[in-house]
Every structure is written in structure tokens, then in C-alpha cells.
Write a protein that binds this ligand. Sequence first.
Ligand code: 8YV
Length: 327
Amino acid sequence: MKKKVIHYKALSPALTARLDEAFDLEYVDVKAPGGEARLRERLPEAQGLLGSSYKLTPELLDLAPRLEAIASVSVGFDSYDLPYLERRGILLCNTPDVLTESVADAAFALLLATARRIVELADWVRAGQWQASLGEAHFGCDVHGKTLGLVGMGRIGQAIARRAHLGFGMQVNYTAHAAKPEVDERFGARFLPLPELLASCDFLCITVPLSNETHHLLGAAELARLPAHAILINVSRGPVIDEAALIAALQEGRLRGAGLDVFDREPVAPDSPLLQLPNVVPTPHLGSATRETREAMARCAVDNLLAALGGQRPANLVNPQAWTRRE
Ligand code: 8YV
């Protein structure tokens, strides 16, 4: 008897076929009208789930008494209740590594676009405003040779540090749970406590996962430590920053600008003050959103689910305690 698997994120035909061969597979488009009701209806049979960008709450998962494993098509797992999953012995898998370089590319694209006012000036050209050579009023700021502060020095942080130091000759400073000597050596990086890091940077890039520890890690007091010429880049999760404090800092000219790929609530509200500021470059959580990378993430999630439901320990297990609980 094949195990029942529901995927709530569309997959390529090739990946759908792989799952179809191994499982009793069903696709439920939770974003479509009636999709959530359909998912609730089908959960009691499900032993595996695969998808992303949809909160699988304990209340919802209580409807799935047979559930053994969730394969998230994401590296972040802040939208899952880990203590609940551990209590139930439900394995949670994610897709690290495959998206590292794409997210780092996106972070640097945002950094350059914000520093050189690319979006603002492209719109200015489109509006027919380009009548003469650019003057002071339209100058951006240099990136090469400047100081980049990284909050978080995991896989994505290190990929950004590589671009900054080796590609743009930047001084890389960072804060993390502990110094990483190999990073210091490779990128000439300096480990600093958060307050010193903030005061020392021309650009600040956030790459920490969202957790209870990092929620509002950057509040009004922290943002006030940044130099007024600094540019903030966020490719992690919106709630790592106190968004109201960020808006105030930008509106009051206490920050040069911000490149934001993530927001407190997504999609960001059309009337958000962040979208009214010309020195903010907003992007729609596109960090991993390339054809190649999203296919690689989905492939990784499928591999994880095949392993988990086949009794093997998945390669990318977020909650090993749940595995131990099952043994
Ligand atoms: C999203 C991300 O998961 O991987 C993450 O944690 O934030 C993004 O890659 C993606 O938007 C959903 O597939």
C-alpha cells in the first residue's frame, strides 16, 4: 500500500513523476479558492507533506494523525512549530545549500541597486526626466572598498562575504554566535559584537534565520547605531528588524537607504510607507527565485521526502530529535 503524500506547491512533471511512482500523490493548491478546505479534508490520510510558504500550524497538523514527515521547499523553517513536531515525532526537512549562491547574488544585487539608486533612476529615465548629465542630486554612493557588516555568518553570509571581499575589495565585519577563524582568514573578516558592528559599517546585510532570539534583533536602538550614510539590506526574514523603527529611521534621514527582499507581512501592503520611499528598493522575496535554484530546491525536498518515508534518515533533517524519537 503506497503512502499518501500531499504536495501544496506545484512541482515540475519530472519531480511529480518521481513522487507519483513512490506514493499515492495528490496536489492541493492551498492558495486557490477552497484550497485550504481541501487540504483539511485530505490531511487525515496524509503520511507526507511537501511544500512551502504556507503555515502548517499545530491546529492544522492535528488533523493529520498519520503524518510522518514534512519536506519544506525552503531553507528557513521559522514557520514550523518545532516543539510540536518533535512531540509528534514528525520529521521536518529543508533545502539548505542549493539556494546559497542565488540568495547571495540577490543580496548583492539589492546592495548595488540601492547604493547606485538603480531603480529610482531607471524610473526617472522612463519618466523622461533625463535632460542633462547627472548632478549631485542624483549621485549614488560607491560600494567597492567600503565596509560591509554582516549579521549572521552562515552559508549565505559567507557567500556574500566572498562577493564583498574578493569581488569588491570590501572590508567584511560580522557578528554571529562566535567568531569563525576560517572566515576571518579567507575574507580578512573581523568578528565584532553587534553594537560595534553597526557603528562600523557602510552597508549592513541581515542573513540570520528568524527565531525567538533574532526577532526584532534590530530595533530602534540598534538602528540608531548605524551611521546616517549606511544602507541596510535584508534577505533573511522581515521580523528580524522592527519594521516601524526602520520606517522611522528612513523617513527621518537616519539611514541612506534600504534594500528589502523580506517584510513583516508578505506580500507587503501596497500602502506600506516603505513603498513610498525612493531610497528603498523593495523586492518580492526573490532571493531563491531563479528557475535553476527553485528546481534544485524542489528536487532536494523530493529526495528528503523519499528518504524520510522510506525509513532512511533524510540528508537535510531540521529536527533530529524527531528522528531519535522514532527510532
Ligand atoms: C522561500 C526562503 O522558501 O528558502 C527560504 O527560506 O525564504 C525562500 O527560498 C521560497 O520563497 C519558497 O519556496
